[in-house]
Design a protein around this ligand. Structure first.
Ligand code: GLA
Length: 715
């Protein structure tokens, strides 16, 4: 609901309020974001908003410490601004004042050319506030959407050149929140290939400015576009926490600043590094959307809220709200060394244990037997696959499995027919040899002709063969960007490609991938409801990776496979049971040579699939509670409870075995205290209150990496 009361705009979500007011001088002031407030006229309290010991302007307004909605650079506020526009005089000083507003009922704001949340069957309203800097001819439209049943505020901004001259946008963040309180911690998710999204928490101290950003082209392994600020005492279960998630897949920045007075500002949006967008008179620039969330139930509260929003209102795929097929991918099973017979054998065996989808990974096209060549040439290698993709898909279908295919469409190898024909299609700068990474170059998606080539190349295969799943990979960072703002132009091209292909092939399940989880962001999730979480498939490493990925992103997006032991990335030996039980908390599959597994192992796999089939709807749609953190204990535990609280899946891993040690009971969460729950395996009955207050004592094997799962059903 959006309430306008004199100079105050009050956005109310399910349990939250976001209050904006206009002060006497016309500055747009941030008043409150947090727990729901009553409907009152908050503008009365803002007659003299900010006082300073230093100086005043004629209106007694000094913005240095004022909480603002979209702060400018220069006019008495010297903190990091939400935008910077270089005007015709060559400076970036600006002041925006309130001009106009409109409230749109039943409306979720959209951003042209970029993914954003949609309304679906929810009730939502959008407020647009237009601010104006008359001196330089600049309008900025701030957009706020609130859903009645969520605790999120969706923000974006539009910068419009109203002057007669060209102006240059040098930075344009999507959202800014100036908090009135201080003593906050910042939580963010840095990482690297095979070590994605490490849960990291630091204190925000006086005078500190922490830029959580990435400028590597994609949203990146190195830093995820999701951050939280929280009370120092906040934890998994309690305390005030604010989440900031950007729906964007390119260079991003979330900047947290604690000024000399302890005021905390968080801004999130495009990374201003190497960014510039020139606007001719009358032109406008739109930012991506940022999703701001609030919970006073700790990080777990933020997660459950974000999971609902991203599961229901982000991905437009017909697969978004369906159970996904259990797949087997041949990558770690064969790498590039396969032929048709081998693949069909794998599919046959996989079918016998209950797998539903066979995915052919890298190496099926051009003359690609290693990673040195052929990216760009999306034509089947008939030496390996004489029946072609169409024929292979038919053979796999005949075995009773659906068929899926890997592509890396944004890339080209110098050793490819595409590069020989169109060397100018690779991203490059004049007079410099473009830099290689994994022997490949990136295609210039800022060029429409290149995007059309990709749409046609991928599209013609999907038209020709019965391919119902696509793994869309992206395996290098972006260098050699030819001009400032290039990265954003590229991402707009990428979104056009995704939009066209996903609309043209609505029956295809797309899975995102970028050397594992190098582009695990809400922009990609808008097109593909699941993403390969990490190239590190070791079950023990996955505890941390999946734990921290789940803070923002739902389990329905976290692709998790059982792979061989010893693990290929780090050599660790883990039981098959552990590997599967860790992977249950996501979109489950296998990625190994199933033809090399013993009958005994295949029997175990069959049972694992039977078990996953029992919980997959619950995992995909339920509420997640993280119970034990692998970041600060020898355990990792989580639990998923169905929305109606009739079922709960519990997982726990004791990472290293300990002699003569009593493992603590695990207290469940989110159950109905008044209900009785039966252990689906033993039939033992417990009270919901008993499971949550007394807890249950886990039974681990006498070995490292021992896992423990339970399924409880309400009686
Ligand atoms: C990337 C992906 C892997 C696999 C390989 C193929 O690393 O993350 O899953 O598809 O590429 O080259």
């Amino acid at each position: 609901m959006i309430i306008k009361n004199n100079n105050t705009f009050h956005l109310q979500g399910k349990n939250i309020s976001y209050v904006i007011t206009v002060n006497e001088a016309g500055d747009l002031i941030h008043y409150h974001f947090g727990k729901k407030l009553a409907d009152r006229d908050y503008s009365l309290k803002n007659e003299k908003l900010e006082y300073s010991l230093i100086s005043y302007d004629e209106n007694n307004i000094y913005l240095e410490t004022a909480a603002q909605e979209y702060p400018a650079y220069g006019y008495t506020d010297l903190r990091t601004p939400a935008y910077k526009v270089r005007n015709k005089f060559g400076n970036s000083v600006s002041r925006l004042l309130f001009k106009d507003y409109s409230i749109m009922e039943d409306c979720v704001a959209e951003v042209e050319g970029m993914p954003c949340l949609f309304k679906g069957d929810k009730s939502a309203q959008t407020l647009e506030i237009t601010l104006c800097d008359e001196a330089i001819g600049l309008d900025v439209v701030l957009s706020y959407t609130v859903f009645d049943e969520y605790d999120v505020i969706l923000r974006s901004s539009r910068i419009i050149n109203k002057s007669d001259e060209e102006m240059a946008v040098e930075s344009a963040y999507s959202a800014c929140v100036d908090f009135d309180k201080n003593d906050y911690d910042l939580v963010y998710f840095p990482g690297a290939w095979c070590r994605e999204r490490e849960f990291t928490r630091v204190s925000l101290n006086l005078g500190e400015k922490i830029d959580i950003s990435n400028a590597r082209g994609g949203s990146g392994h190195a830093m995820n576009p999701f951050v939280m600020v929280c009370e120092r005492a906040a934890n998994e279960k309690s305390g005030e926490v604010y989440g900031f998630s950007l729906i964007y897949s390119g260079n991003h920045s979330s900047l947290a600043e604690c000024d000399q007075y302890g005021n905390v500002r968080v801004i999130q949006g495009l990374n201003p590094y190497e960014f510039q967008w020139n606007l001719e008179s009358g032109e406008q620039f739109s930012t991506p959307q940022a999703v701001l969330s609030y919970s006073n139930c700790g990080f777990g509260g933020i997660s459950r809220g974000m999971h609902d929003v991203y599961r229901n209102n982000l991905c437009r795929s017909s697969w978004a709200d369906k159970n996904r097929p259990i797949l087997i991918n041949n990558w770690e099973g064969t790498y590039f060394d396969f032929n048709e017979e081998k693949l069909v054998d794998m599919a046959k065996k996989a079918k016998s244990v209950g797998v539903e989808l066979f995915v052919l990974d890298d190496g099926w096209f051009g003359k690609r037997d290693d990673d040195l060549s052929s990216l760009g040439d999306w034509v089947v290698n008939k030496k390996k696959l004489p029946s072609g993709i169409k024929g292979l898909a038919e053979k796999i279908n005949a075995e009773g499995l659906a068929f899926g295919l890997w592509f890396e469409p944004e890339m080209v190898n110098p050793d490819s027919d595409l590069y020989r024909k169109h060397p100018e299609w690779a991203i490059q700068v004049p007079n410099m040899k473009p830099s290689l990474c994994r022997h490949q170059l990136m295609l210039d998606l800022a060029n429409d002709a290149v995007c059309d080539y990709i749409i046609n190349a991928v599209g013609s295969i999907l038209e020709d063969a019965n391919v119902t799943y696509v793994k869309w990979d992206y395996n290098r960072m972006m260098n050699d960007m030819p001009f400032k703002g290039y990265n954003h132009k590229y991402i707009l091209g990428l979104y056009r490609v995704f939009d066209t292909l996903t609309k043209k092939f609505p029956h295809v399940l797309f899975e995102g991938c970028a050397s594992g989880g190098g582009r695990f962001d809400a922009g990609i999730l808008a097109y593909s409801p699941q993403i390969w979480t990490s190239d590190n498939s070791d079950a023990v490493s996955r505890l941390k990776i999946q734990y921290s990925t789940s803070v923002c992103y739902p389990l329905s997006s976290i692709s998790a496979h059982v792979t061989a032991s010893p693990n290929h990335q780090l050599g660790r030996i883990t039981p098959l049971k552990t590997r599967a039980e860790v992977a249950y908390a996501g979109i489950f599959g296998y990625e190994l040579d199933i033809t090399a597994m013993s009958d005994e192992e295949c029997e175990e796999v069959k049972k694992q699939i039977e078990f996953y089939n029992k919980i997959k709807e619950l995992v995909r749609t339920g509420d997640l509670y993280r119970l034990q953190s692998p970041y600060d204990s020898n355990y990792c535990g989580w639990q998923v409870v169905s929305k109606d609280k009739s079922e709960a899946f519990l997982f726990s891993c004791r990472i290293l075995s300990q002699a003569n040690f009593k493992d603590a009971a695990i207290r469940l969460d989110g159950l109905d205290a008044a209900k009785e729950y039966a252990d689906a395996e033993t039939g033992d009955v417990f009270g919901g209150d008993e499971l949550m207050e007394k807890g249950i004592r886990p039974v681990y094997e006498k070995q490292d990496f021992s896992t423990f799962v339970k399924l409880y059903r309400a009686k």
